[in-house]
Design a protein around this ligand. Structure first.
Ligand code: GLV
Ligand code: MN
Ligand code: MN
Length: 397
């Protein structure tokens, strides 16, 4: 499976992946998913929000056990964030079949659409739409850096954007969701374990800071005459770092858009996206309130304007305790650990019991080509997922 998936969306210049939602590379990944399912005789259905589901035993009684992850990536992402969960799901089906095992209730392997939000800005768009946590009208109107609307990108890919919206009928068919994922830190390295079970996801969100100023000549405009929004932005980046440290939180400006973006022109506008995460919702709210206040004061001093828009906000996720404990026990007392990364399992947790398995990442690096996993650990992950499926789908709910 890796051999056929790895070339898709690979960037030779960066050594990373560019699989943005509904792009050519993403469509190739979606076709790969369909082909893998077909090879195994699984029926693929695409839900109204573009999420793909490969069903094993769709007609069986009872609610389905869903497994899977996503295939899209951040800009120049690693090979494992998302794909490891999808590949491990197909591989777990193979292992179970080799063992002569068959499910007592339906199994569905999911490929969630647009998990990273790399192109249209909202992470986990597919699972948010499915669970009613993203307004379809807003989703359709989201635009990428070239001004292409999400609705149009979907339509060009053959998916009807008017169909977007909550899908209670589908959710009613799913009893639990278990997502296997590469760990995005070094928790398992320190514990010297190949696989762990997730406890919680930190609350996190994205905010767009628009600093407005006045474009002018870099060589002829006196410093005291400038209205330079880059100064306000630069101050805000440093303030974010300082305030994050004070709150035991994380704050990252990783994306910026400058107008007119000329070396010899004072910018007229700087748009910057803040990714904020904290151990509690209160800490995240305080961090944002303090940062906005500091940015506003600085913008005033620079003669710049500021508007701050929250583009997404995900509350703290405590994974289902009973499911977590059951999986940890099934996996020979696997360690349990929290994460700061967002996942579709975190979004679905609002509606159905969900759990996550993490596979050790020796570098701890993620959202970068340096992301790593050892083949032996991936195999332990597949067998852990297979054991989880056996445990959960062997009898009724
Ligand atoms: C998803 O990978 C995230 O940004 O946490
Ligand atoms: Mn990711
Ligand atoms: Mn992921």
């Amino acid at each position: 499976m890796w051999r056929s998936l790895l070339p898709l969306g690979y960037s030779r210049s960066s050594g990373g992946y560019r699989r943005f939602a509904w792009s050519k590379a993403d469509l190739a990944c979606r076709a790969w998913f369909t082909a893998q399912a077909a090879d195994r005789g699984l029926t693929v259905r695409t839900d109204r929000n573009g999420n793909q589901w490969a069903w094993w035993g769709e007609q069986l009684p009872g609610k389905a056990l869903a497994i899977g992850s996503h295939l899209d990536s951040v800009p120049d992402g690693g090979a494992f964030d998302g794909p490891l969960g999808v590949i491990s799901s197909f591989a777990a089906v193979d292992v179970l079949r080799e063992q002569g095992w068959a499910p007592a209730r339906p199994i569905a392997i999911a490929n969630f659409a647009d998990e990273e939000g790399a192109r249209f800005g909202v992470a986990c768009a597919g699972s948010r739409l499915l669970t009613g946590q993203l307004d379809p009208e807003r989703a359709r109107a989201l635009t990428d850096a070239d001004g292409v609307r999400l609705g149009d990108a979907m339509e060009a890919a053959g998916h009807d954007p008017d169909a977007l919206g909550p899908d209670d009928a589908l959710l009613d068919r799913i009893g639990q969701y278990v997502e296997l994922h590469i760990e995005q830190g070094r928790g398992l390295v320190e514990l010297e374990r190949a696989v762990g079970v997730a406890t919680s996801i930190w609350p996190h969100g994205r905010w767009r800071f628009d600093f407005g100023g006045e474009a002018n000549h870099a060589g002829t405009t006196r410093l005291e005459d400038r209205r330079d929004p880059m100064l306000s932005y630069a101050f805000t980046v440093l303030a974010a770092r300082k305030k994050a440290a004070a709150h035991g939180a994380l704050a990252t400006f990783g994306r910026i858009h400058v107008e007119p973006n000329g070396t010899n022109a004072i910018p007229s506008k700087v748009s910057a996206w803040l990714d904020g995460r904290a151990p509690s919702e209160a800490a995240l709210a305080s961090l944002l309130a303090e940062l906005e206040q500091a940015a506003r004061e600085r913008a005033e001093r620079d003669g710049a304007s500021l508007s701050v828009v929250n583009e997404s906000l995900t509350p703290i996720v405590e994974f289902d305790h009973a499911l977590r404990d059951r999986l940890a026990k099934t996996l020979e007392d696997a360690p349990v650990l929290p994460t700061g990364a967002g996942h579709d399992a975190g979004i679905l947790a609002a509606r159905i019991p969900t759990a996550m398995l993490f596979v050790r990442n020796p570098s701890g690096v993620s959202h970068s080509p340096a992301e790593q996993a050892e083949l032996a650990d991936c195999e332990v992950g597949v067998h852990a997922l297979a054991a989880a499926v056996r445990e959960l789908a062997g009898g009724g709910l």
